[in-house]
Design a protein. Sequence first.
Length: 365
Amino acid sequence: MTKRMLLVLLVLVLVLGAMFGWKYYLGQKMAMLASMPPPPATVAAADVLAETWQPYLAAVGSLVANQGILVSPEVAGKVSAIRFESGQQVEAGSVLLEIDDSVEQAELEGIVAERRLAEQQFKRREELLDSKTISRSDVDEARLRLENAAAQLAAKRAVIAKKRITAPFSGWLGIRRVNLGEYVQPGTTIVPLEALQPIYVDYALPERHLDQISVGQAVEIEVQAYPGEVFTGRITAVNPGIDPGTRSLQVRAVMENPQARLRPGMFAEVRTVLPQRPAVLTLPQTAITYNPYGDSVFVIQEGESGASVQRRQVKTGGVRNGRVEIVQGLQPGERVVVAGQVKLRNEQAVVVDNSIVLDTQITRP
């Protein structure tokens, strides 16, 4: 019995010893692995460049015709002729529409006859006055009838003229809104007319930029209809007051538009060009790690044992064409990680392979 118990105890001691020994071995191995430096991470790198950026103030604006109206009649009547097509370009004075004036033409003939009669009577009265057959008051009465007939004639001709609707300025017509034979009232819209050469762009800037804006300053715009194409112009007017609701300054610029490619109502990305400034340091935007406590980059440092990275806080500025301005924290020529920095740690060894960037560019949608 005693031998059996001793044998059991010996087996337990051996099992427990083996377990503790295995755990000790695993712990030592894990500690050794933890103390070993991680393998080099593969990253892509780019140099800090000194570039000349044209400074500007960015805004969003809207294109406005330099003149635009809804063509409408001043008198009522039935449309007797339409002299234009929708979307047509017209010159100032071109007849667009005619309203039936047959009644007015008939009335005009009667008024012309009345005026002719009044003129003849006035001449006869003057002759009789010379012979002292009638008094001066009779001549004055005849003159009054003549002037009244002339006024009626002018008024009727003005009404007839208003029944010929003409373009008040050169421009482009919109879509026709009346039909032949339709009875129109004064103010009925016939067709929109807008002058597109030149064209204006209206936009707003924060009031803090007031001292940076002046008439004649260069402006560049881009519109979604022509991606990548830049249209240039000049500031023509700056509102004298500040909008109390938005605390912004209203600005108008004029753009040449000879082919009418720019149309009223288009949204435009507006850049008000500022005076040239010294070169700025730039990096690809992918190099920046954005954090609430500050932006940072991984700077590559060459050593005897190879390349490693060091996290460094930077102050960023504007962004343009995928590159970001570095205001503080880097020097020209320093190399920074632009891809593969997600799992990097400070002072970690790295291997630079710029094919990572190429792959990213190829797979970008």
